[in-house]
Each structure stands twice: as structure tokens, then as C-alpha cells.
Design a binder for this molecule. Structure first.
Ligand SMILES: [Zn+2]
Ligand SMILES: [Zn+2]
Length: 265
């Protein structure tokens, strides 16, 4: 079980559920509150927090109206932030954890407020402000492959064993280019799975595209990073399934997305 504590060890709590997506936040408030270049923060369901000790030591500072930053009143360690508008979630400071939350950062956010003395040197996506919370990612498959590779509430396409990850795309235009490049001869119906990254069980990394032998290269033309899912796709993260229909030599974005049950019994 994951545990967390402040520097003086007066405040201790257990985390009894899965930690949510991690981002590195470069906003000026996180920089000041952490005394560092950025804060490593992860969403966490409030119901997963079980206090072991020191709850009375926790003080909150209202850094923006309705937004509170919690810290140990004895040693000053930042612990989490929370907003009044969303009492079901806190944003835990990963520096307080004892173990590995099993997540790696999805992105750098509030990069426009970045410290001038710090250079970002990794390949993670960068957002000028907050990352779009409703951002979706997409995966292409055929109806036959979807049915063949679903088991135990998760989908494990052959690429997972072969390449170590499930290919996804972050934008519609890139997805349509991938369909043209790699699925031109695929037996219809060709499907797009719409995925909510927040609900993913496996780790997601944004990486440079991996060219596929025999496939076209139109989808590699942009400098976009591709979301790669390092583990089976849990079906609870699939929020919709749409059918990519032919429009001449192109594919067209689905008119509608149905529930997954329409395609998988
Ligand atoms: Zn403390
Ligand atoms: Zn911040």
C-alpha cells in the first residue's frame, strides 16, 4: 500500500486506491509553494486518503479563491491542494510519497510561467496553461480485432506483445492519416475507440512515432508526439466507439459514437 508523510513525519496517510494522472506544474504558485522549479502533482480521490496521524497538524492556505494548499504546520512540507468546487478530489504532492505511485508524468503544464533558470529537457507534451481536462485519445481497430482481443474487461491487441504498447493518436487529423496509411485494406468495419486518459489503468507515454513497416508515412509528417499505452486497454476507459466510413480515398470521422457494448458482446 502506498503511504505518504511530511518531513517531520507528524503527518502520515495511506492511499488505498489508484493515483490519477500526474503532471508537472510550473505555475508560479506551485513554484513558490514547493520552493522548486515545478511541482509533481497527481489527482487522487479523497475517499482513497486514510489518515494515520497528524491530521490536526495540516493547515491550509487559500492561494486563490476556493483553492487551498495544504501543508504540515510543523515542518512546512506541501501535502496536497484541493478546490471547494470538487470535494471528491485532492491533488497530492508526489514528493510526500514513500513508494512508487505507478504513474509517470503525462505533461508539463503552465509552461508560460516556467522558471527562467530551468530548461525542460524531456519529450513530454508542454501546455502553456492547464492541460485540457477533457482531452481524449483514440485507437484504431477493426471490429473483428476488437472482438478477438478483448478478455477480462481489457483489450490487448497483438501490437502490445510485439511492440510493448498499444498505439493511440491524440488528434482526429492524425488518426485519419493513420487510417489512410495503415488500414486502407483492412476489412470493414473500421472502428475508432475514444479513450478517456484519466480512466486508464496502464501507463500512458507521449513518444515520437514508430514507423510501421509497409505502412504509409502521411501520419508521420507532423512533429506530433503519439500516446502509447504500456499495458492492456481497460475497457472502462473506452468512452465511445465510432465507425470510420469511406469517403472516396479518405476516411471520414464518425458521425456518432456508440457504447462499446454495441461492438463487444
Ligand atoms: Zn511535518
Ligand atoms: Zn501549479
Amino acid at each position: 500500500m502506498l503511504t505518504a508523510r511530511c518531513l517531520c513525519e507528524g503527518v502520515r496517510f495511506e492511499i488505498t486506491g489508484k493515483v490519477g494522472p500526474v503532471v508537472y506544474c510550473h505555475c508560479s504558485q506551485c513554484r513558490r509553494a514547493s520552493g522548486s522549479a515545478f511541482a509533481a502533482n497527481a489527482d487522487l480521490r479523497t475517499r482513497y486518503v486514510h489518515w494515520i496521524s497528524g491530521r490536526e497538524l495540516v493547515q491550509e492556505y487559500e492561494s486563490s479563491p476556493g483553492q487551498f494548499r495544504a501543508f504540515c504546520s510543523r515542518c512546512g512540507s506541501p501535502l496536497y491542494s484541493r478546490v471547494d468546487a470538487d470535494p471528491a478530489t485532492i491533488r497530492v504532492r508526489l514528493g510526500s510519497l514513500d513508494g512508487d505511485p505507478g504513474r509517470r508524468s503525462l505533461a508539463h503544464c503552465w509552461v508560460r510561467s516556467k522558471a527562467p533558470w530551468f530548461e525542460i529537457s524531456d519529450e513530454l507534451p508542454r501546455f502553456e496553461e492547464a492541460p485540457p481536462r477533457s482531452a481524449r485519445i483514440y485507437h484504431i481497430t477493426t471490429a473483428a480485432a476488437l472482438r478477438a482481443h478483448c478478455a477480462d474487461d481489457s483489450y490487448s491487441p497483438p501490437s502490445l506483445a510485439r511492440e510493448g504498447f498499444v498505439h493511440c493518436t491524440a488528434t482526429r487529423s492524425t488518426l485519419l492519416a493513420v487510417a489512410r496509411d495503415l488500414y486502407d485494406d483492412a476489412p470493414p468495419p473500421l472502428l475508432v475507440l475514444e479513450i478517456d486518459p484519466v480512466r486508464l489503468a496502464a501507463e500512458l507515454r507521449f513518444e515520437a512515432p514508430a514507423p510501421t513497416p509497409g505502412g504509409g508515412t502521411a501520419h508521420l509528417a507532423s512533429s506530433e508526439l503519439f500516446p502509447h499505452l504500456y499495458g492492456p486497454l481497460n475497457l472502462s476507459a473506452v468512452v465511445g466507439v465510432g465507425e470510420l466510413r469511406r469517403a472516396g480515398s479518405e476516411f471520414a470521422w464518425p458521425d456518432a459514437f456508440d457504447a462499446l457494448e454495441m461492438w463487444v458482446a
